[in-house]
Ligand binder design. Structure first.
Ligand code: AVJ
Ligand code: FE
Length: 432
């Protein structure tokens, strides 16, 4: 028990440290002006994300779990995401970069002290380190958001990473997933968030799902075929948005002769045909799928393709099994700054032969964000429940910018169907 608890404490401390190293990289690679500036009305200034990460850690770990006195009671309101929409955040009297750095460091010292004294059991909030895991994931989620802010930043490049691996195996066509029940969601994954719970049976009719993500080359063929000018492929809402927003190609694409270039973290190059397309909104993904004679997968189809083990009938944590993601399984964790071509992660393939379900790009599904049967908000309604409803679509699988601690076969992300500043792509499916 004590040795077990000691090991869990060490693991939690290491995960908190990894998240903080990433936050530091994302906030120290730019100058003060870039930290304070708003790079898009869709995003917070980076310095808001930084102090918000510290404030959530203070609220949950220092005050709630630790029962300690507030560090900065006076700033709670400034860093409450529900009090101020992103577009208004630059006008707030935010902590400056130096103050924000000192604040998050003070909070972290206290949180680690709380950790060293916690038994990590006794209440649902701390059992198996849940609150600490929630805060690790929260910081990593904001790190991905800050990476998306970096993507919107103009000026000389500041982030560098080696290219992702080249394809090791050819990947074409579709997998046929037979009809039948599978277990969706989880009741046992210790750090799973409320919206992933509880485990429940879902009956899914037979369907085909693409073994690979839709690529830049495929998407460019849709554009060249006049896909953006043909309302047949678009839903009514999608067409209205395509018209009002003047969409002609994925975000960050520009014309390059008779082809396309794209700009990624400050570097512009001709699109790579066999890389997954990224920075498309739900409406663009759905329009492409209709043009291709297919549709987007439902969320249940995606999870069945990712988790069901045909040998045992059991739903596993990841497409490759229950082992946590290692570098050979998936393109996660900002190790690379772009998605990898199909076949680059043969070790991550599902038993059905579906590749790169985890990592590379968040995959749009056709499903609205709702609670599973038996959903209970935990530990706060504002994590998930207040977003349930038809206005958000679910995305699955994580991107090259998602950390492994915030990604698993059950993890659910959501966004408005018009958003594309996130690292979003898709694969297609169709009825069998
Ligand atoms: C799960 C990515 C939609 O960034 O809005 C961060 C995660 N929740 N702070 C978001 C989150 C509170 C959330 N997403
Ligand atoms: Fe947050």
């Amino acid at each position: 028990m004590t040795i077990e608890t000691d090991r869990l404490r060490d693991l939690v401390a290491a995960e908190l440290g990894r998240a903080r190293d990433r936050t530091t990289l994302l906030t120290e690679s730019v100058d003060e002006g870039d930290l304070i500036r708003q790079h898009s009305p869709l995003m917070s200034p980076l310095v808001w994300d930084l102090a918000h990460v510290g404030n959530q850690e203070e609220l949950w770990l220092v005050r709630d779990v630790g029962g300690r006195e507030p560090v900065r009671r006076d700033i709670d309101e400034l860093y409450d995401a529900f009090k101020h929409p992103r577009r208004d955040r630059p006008q707030l009297p935010l902590l400056g970069p130096g103050e924000a750095r000192r604040y998050v460091a003070t909070v972290r010292d206290k949180a680690l002290d709380v950790l060293s004294r916690s038994r990590l059991d006794g209440t649902p909030l701390v059992d198996q380190g849940f609150a600490f895991g929630m805060i690790v994931q929260h910081e990593q989620q904001h790190d991905e958001t800050m990476l998306a802010t970096h993507q919107l930043r103009t000026g000389a490049p500041v982030l560098e990473a080696p290219p992702p691996p080249a394809p090791a195996v050819p990947v074409t066509g579709e997998a046929l997933i037979p009809a039948g029940p599978f277990t969706m969601g989880t009741s046992t994954e210790p750090w799973a968030l409320d919206n992933e719970r509880p485990a429940h049976q879902v009956i899914v009719p037979a369907f085909h799902i693409d073994r690979a993500l839709v690529t830049n080359g495929q998407y460019a063929a849709f554009i060249d075929d006049g896909g953006y000018d043909d309302p047949r492929w678009w839903s009514e809402a999608g067409w209205a948005h395509r018209q009002s927003a003047g969409l002609v190609a994925p975000q960050h694409w520009s014309r390059d002769g008779d082809g396309w270039a794209s700009t990624s973290f400050g570097r512009t190059q001709r699109i790579v045909a066999d890389e997954p397309v990224v920075h498309v909104c739900f409406h663009e993904a759905a329009a492409y799928a209709a043009w291709a004679g297919k549709r987007l997968p439902t969320e249940a189809e995606w999870e069945k393709a990712a988790r069901l083990d045909p040998a045992t009938g059991r739903s596993r944590r990841f497409p490759w099994g229950d082992d946590p993601p290692a570098a050979e399984h998936a393109n996660l964790g900002q190790r690379h700054l772009r998605p990898a071509p199909a076949g680059a992660y043969p070790m991550g393939v599902s038993p059905w032969g579906v590749h790169q379900l985890i990592g590379d790009v968040w995959e749009w599904t056709s499903t609205d964000f709702h609670g599973y049967p038996g959903f209970a908000p935990f530990p706060y309604r504002e994590y998930s429940e207040v977003f349930f409803g038809p206005e958000y679509k679910v995305l699955r699988g994580g991107s090259f910018g998602t950390d492994r601690s915030a990604c698993r076969g059950t993890f659910r992300n959501w966004d408005y169907p018009i958003r594309r500043q996130i690292f979003s792509g898709f694969r297609c499916a169709r009825d069998a």
